[in-house]
Ligand binder design. Structure first.
Ligand code: BGC
Length: 779
């Protein structure tokens, strides 16, 4: 036998190799450097429990040693994920919200400011019907997220406007799921183009604020699929948001954050969602059930959740496999984040450029509701303006709660007009200033930590005296009256003095219109509102009405731009304005008498709440099914004040040369739009489809299937618009079969300027009934 002689050099080489291997085996795996599986395997049960929940919230007991993480990283943000430095896992930062980034503007011992741009609220952005503009607004918003060191923006918010009184409708987009889904998809694309994440919320059927953490939305499967889920489905499929936020409410007896069918079968399997589902803040009750359902991350993180998770992982009540799935998703989110990728943020986004974006998007979302005798745009002779209404001077930029933005300023209507060179009557403005000061002084100071979330207490409107009116008419060319509304998280709105105008507001409109119109002078009402109000009883009085919405920090400038014609309003309503509140079917099943004391601190934590059976408080029956908004008013022939899709322009448009081509289940309609008026302008083009009678489903008269907006067309200019939809988009949901079915028969594609102003009709036929998709049994 031959003996192999090892030379001394070879031995040391071998030893070196062995040591290296041993070291590698013992080296703690690092996120991003080593396989995800090895990082997860290296976690202790305690670390896993920590990672599944956030690090707590300012003013709350934290779940972990990472106390105050959120405040340290980016003060004023809403939450953070748990850091595990030994495994190379940093915390990532989550912050609100839909109208811009919400962080604290000032920091202790720091002379710098951290203001963010207050963009127009969701309901106004949607009224632009301009997905390109919304995407650009999202780009600017997302850039502030990136540059202020935040990783995920908790937006867009996209619940359906089921009822006009939902306190958060201003954050949401529309009564229609196609508008909602397309606008949300554009917003997600814009924000995420910065390499930061979004969280589309609140998934799903979170349509009231009253008892929001305990309310059971009782909704039939068809309405769930066609109305309340459709927008989310579009946004997920078209834009792949990094995260989805489950809602507070129950749906048919199950908390959404504990509903596996919703969060796993529908969201992931049917729609292909790949990201993280996080709970709404303190939402849901059963920690283990939430993780099992696919609600990966519990925010903001509470001590009891940590304890429960550790115990459940130790005793097997929660399987390690289920926990690992959620952990892997959270780690994937972390790996995508700017913070993990060591993005060196500037804390100096270009706020000037973004203010400009805010101003442009605001102007384009404004809806001209009335414009008799070409009252608007204001003529060059108009110089002196009498501005009435408290909110003319204290313009409302957006709603309250997490959807509010800490912006550096808000341009009021009167400041916007002054910036545009108009003179605002000083006698009137000082009357308002004095009155406001007196009234504000009377309000009790709220020093609770939740004060910042509370809606502003409205000050009762004043009716101008005869002397003030005489003066106003004598020295001014025109009168403006602003009607303002503020609402927000935790509260739904009321019918009296909110949906309906208050007595004083009615009187204000009457006396100003009388006084001015008698002298041949015009009156314009500006609606500074975030949601639908009553218009039928007073709309005949003023000469013009501009729905200015809640237009963000540049609001006053944007309204001035629209009033004097620098911009031509091209927004259209994304909601129907009913004649009376009671006209909306959902009003039968919506909280009615809400007292100011409704906000009960016990509601901010859902643990241990006793569930009572109070109608519209503990549960809400969606008796109207799919008949929400225009689907209802049209089907049951209920007259409305302003229909869905409505909005005037300073110019006029002609629709011609419409065509419709079918190709393999895809439809493509084209129509040429020509500006036939005197001003440059944009037109929103809407395509509805009226379906034949079906033995599978009761059908609305017609439904919106596509929309588009022209570029600015100069007088005489034309543009050909293409609108697309598919056979699958025509399907209704059949509960018995658990399937989407497109019926055979004769259809009509109708292209128009609003839901009641059809310009062309394009008939087409489907020869066989088709089962487009069989889906999971749910709800
Ligand atoms: C709201 C969410 C928000 C979260 C974090 C909750 O009260 O419902 O929309 O993202 O707080 O601030």
């Amino acid at each position: 036998m031959r003996t192999k002689i090892l030379k001394p050099g070879t031995i040391s080489c071998l030893i070196g190799l062995l040591t290296a291997q041993l070291m590698f085996a013992q080296e703690t795996p690092q996120l991003g450097k080593h396989p995800m599986e090895s990082v997860i395997n290296a976690m202790t049960i305690e670390e896993k429990a920590h990672l599944l929940i956030g690090t707590g919230m300012a003013g709350m007991n934290s779940n972990s040693s990472a106390v105050g993480q959120t405040q340290i990283l980016v003060p004023g943000s809403a939450g953070t994920t748990y850091p595990i430095p030994r495994l190379g896992i940093p915390s990532i930062v989550l912050a609100d919200g839909p109208a811009g980034l919400r962080i604290a503007p000032l920091r202790d011992h720091d002379p710098n400011t951290y203001y963010c741009t207050g963009f127009p609220v969701g309901s106004l952005l949607a009224s632009t019907w301009n997905t390109e503009l919304v995407e650009n607004t999202g780009k600017a918003m997302g850039n502030e997220v990136l540059e202020y060191g935040v990783d995920v923006l908790l937006a867009p918010a996209m619940n359906i406007h089921r009822n006009p009184l939902c306190g958060r409708n201003f954050e949401y987009y529309s009564e229609d799921p196609v508008v909602t889904g397309k606008i949300a998809a554009a917003m997600v694309k814009g924000i995420q183009s910065n390499g930061v994440g979004t969280s589309i919320k609140h998934f799903a059927a979170n349509n009231q604020e009253t008892n929001r953490m305990n309310n059971d939305a009782r909704v039939a499967p068809r309405a769930m699929r066609e109305i309340y889920l459709k927008g989310f489905e579009i946004a997920v499929k078209e834009a792949q948001p990094w995260t989805v936020m489950s809602s507070y409410n129950y749906i048919n007896g199950i908390y959404t954050s504990e509903n596996k069918t919703l969060l796993t079968d529908i969201l992931r399997q049917e729609w292909g969602f790949k990201g993280v589902v996080m709970s709404d803040w303190l939402g849901g009750k059963h920690t283990v059930a939430q993780i099992e359902a696919g609600n990966d991350l519990l925010q903001p993180g509470q001590a009891y959740q940590y304890e429960e998770l550790v115990t459940a992982l130790k005793n097997g009540q929660l399987s390690m496999a289920d926990a690992n799935i959620s952990i892997a998703r959270i780690l994937e989110l972390v790996v995508r984040s700017p913070r993990f990728n060591k993005y060196s943020y500037s804390n100096k986004p270009d706020l000037k450029a973004h203010a400009d974006v805010a101003r442009k998007s605001a102007a384009e979302g404004m809806v001209l509701l009335k414009n008799d005798n070409a009252t608007l745009p204001l003529t060059v002779k108009t110089k002196n303006i009498a501005a009435f209404g408290i909110t003319s001077y204290d313009f409302i930029a957006g709603g309250t709660g997490s959807g509010d933005v800490n912006k550096a300023y808000t341009i009021s209507l009167t400041d916007g007009l002054k910036n545009a060179g108009y003179r605002i009557d000083k006698t009137i403005s000082s009357t308002y200033a004095n009155y406001r000061l007196e009234e504000l002084a009377k309000l009790p100071k709220d020093e609770s930590p939740f004060a910042q979330f509370m809606p502003k207490k409205p000050i009762e409107e004043i009716v101008p005296s005869t002397e003030l009116l005489d003066h106003a008419v004598k020295v001014n060319d025109i009168a403006l009256i602003t009607i303002g509304r503020s609402s927000g998280e935790f509260f739904d709105r009321k019918v009296d003095s909110d949906f309906n105008l208050s007595e004083n507001e009615q009187k204000l409109i009457n006396v100003v219109c009388d006084a001015f119109q008698k002298k041949g002078k015009k009156v314009i009402v500006i609606l500074n509102i975030g949601g639908v109000i009553e218009t039928a009883s007073w709309k005949s009085k003023p000469d013009a009405i501009l729905l200015a919405g809640q237009a963000g920090q540049e609001a006053g400038n944007a309204v001035a731009d629209a009033l004097y014609g620098k911009t031509n309003p091209s927004g259209k309503l994304t909601d129907t304005y009913p004649m009376t509140y009671a006209d909306a079917w959902s009003s039968e099943n919506f909280p009615k008498v809400i007292s100011d004391n409704q906000f009960d601190m016990s509601m901010i934590t859902s643990t241990g709440m006793v569930k009572n059976e109070k109608r519209n408080i503990d549960y809400t029956v969606y008796a109207e099914g799919i008949y929400v908004g225009y689907r209802y008013f049209e089907k049951f022939n209920i007259p409305v004040s302003y229909p869905f899709g409505y909005g005037l322009s300073y110019t006029s448009f002609e629709y011609s040369n419409a065509t419709l081509i079918e190709n393999n289940g895809g439809y493509s309609a084209t129509v040429t739009i020509k500006n036939t008026g005197k001003y440059p302008g944009k037109e929103v083009v809407q395509l509805y489809v009226a379906a034949p009678e079906s033995k599978y489903a009761d059908k609305p008269v017609k439904e919106l299937k596509a929309f588009a907006k022209t570029a600015v067309l100069k007088p005489g200019e034309s543009e050909t618009i293409t609108l697309k939809y598919t056979k699958a988009d025509l399907a209704s949901f059949n509960t018995l079969e658990q399937a989407w079915i497109t019926d055979a028969g004769k259809y009509k594609a109708q292209i128009g300027a609003s839901s009641v102003d059809m310009k062309v009709e394009l008939p087409f036929e489907i020869s066989n009934t088709e089962w487009m998709e069989k889906v999971n049994k749910a709800f």
